[in-house]
Design a protein around this ligand. Structure first.
Ligand SMILES: [Fe+2]
Length: 315
């Protein structure tokens, strides 16, 4: 879960170590004690998870399954029209169910078969360095809860729809999985906060919000576009610019609305060249090498999500 998500559903640990998810008044789950209890239960299982443990199974409720069914089918329809070919082929291979919430353990096992990636459960904020560093080991920290059933097409936080349908689907492609791992390796060489933020920004504008050209059209491959109903419908209306690390580092953006500026690769091969070059050379000195002074940058997003108010899926 991202830092931004904490704006809407902060996770508080009480004096006895029990997690309590608190929903702000504008959160869809505000005032629903049953949902809150379920979220606390899911968070407690993740908090109790240790490296090497099996991913715990969640007792999803009928409303969770109904919610997954609606959003996953809606996204599948949009993805068939707007997702990049490589992603659409990965969707077929990953073969997620659309009639019930899959267990993270099952999707993790399938992912491992395909590309060696696996999911690790996360209860709340995963520090940036830990989140990206895990990618070097082909491990993705993922939440296991499902958005509130009152708004199946919207979540202010990265729920399992974002993690599994967005990132999981992408990581089911060996070509994208390689880029995720490269991002993780770059983060480990970026030993300062400043250099890590630069890696995070490039990740944000590519593996979260990236598009590429195919047959004269822009198609989505970024996990945040693939898992957000509203974003996927609207991304072609954005100001779409060529890939540029310096522009990604300095562009000011708003995590609470649709992304108004996106960056497009000319092809998947072009993206691989661009990210391969950046991630393979990224280290602590990269911001200075690019002439990026602290004043030239804006705050980078935490981890991998935005928390928006007005659209479909999270992030
Ligand atoms: Fe993400």
């Amino acid at each position: 879960m991202s830092k931004e998500a904490q704006l809407f559903a902060p996770l508080v640990i009480d004096s006895e170590g029990n997690p309590n998810v608190v929903f702000t008044p504008d959160h869809p789950a505000h005032g629903d004690p049953e949902y809150q209890a379920h979220r606390n239960y899911v968070a407690a299982l993740a908090l109790g998870h240790r490296a090497g443990d099996l991913v715990p199974d969640i007792a999803y409720r009928p409303s969770d399954h109904a919610c997954w069914k609606e959003i996953s089918r809606a996204l599948r329809t949009l993805q068939s029209e707007y997702a990049a070919t490589e992603v659409r082929e990965a969707i077929e291979r990953f073969d997620l169910p659309t009639d019930h919430v899959p267990q993270l353990s099952d999707t993790s096992a399938r992912l491992t078969e395909l590309t060696g990636f696996r999911f690790r459960p996360a209860a709340g904020i995963v520090p940036l360095r830990e989140f990206y560093g895990s990618l070097a080991d082909r491990t993705f920290n993922a939440t296991q809860f499902i958005r509130h059933h009152s708004q199946p097409l919207f979540s202010p936080e990265p729920d399992m729809v974002h993690e599994v349908i967005g990132h999981g689907t992408t990581m089911a492609s060996s070509r994208f999985a390689e880029l995720y791992q490269q991002a993780g390796e770059a983060s480990r060489r970026a030993t300062t906060e400043e250099s890590l933020q630069l890696v995070s920004r490039v990740f944000w504008f590519t593996l979260e919000y990236g598009v590429l050209k195919e047959a004269g059209e822009h198609r989505a491959y970024g996990a945040s576009l693939l898992s957000a109903y509203g974003e996927l419908q609207n991304f072609r209306r954005a100001d779409i610019r060529p890939l540029d690390v310096r522009a990604m580092a300095t562009h000011r953006y708003d995590v609470t609305s649709y992304q108004s500026v996106l960056f497009a690769a000319d092809s998947l091969a072009h993206l691989e060249d661009f990210l391969g070059d950046f991630f393979s050379r990224a280290d602590t000195e990269t911001p200075a090498r690019l002439g990026l002074t602290p004043a030239s940058r804006t705050a980078a997003p935490a981890r991998q999500t935005s928390a928006r108010r007005d659209r479909a899926a999270t992030h």
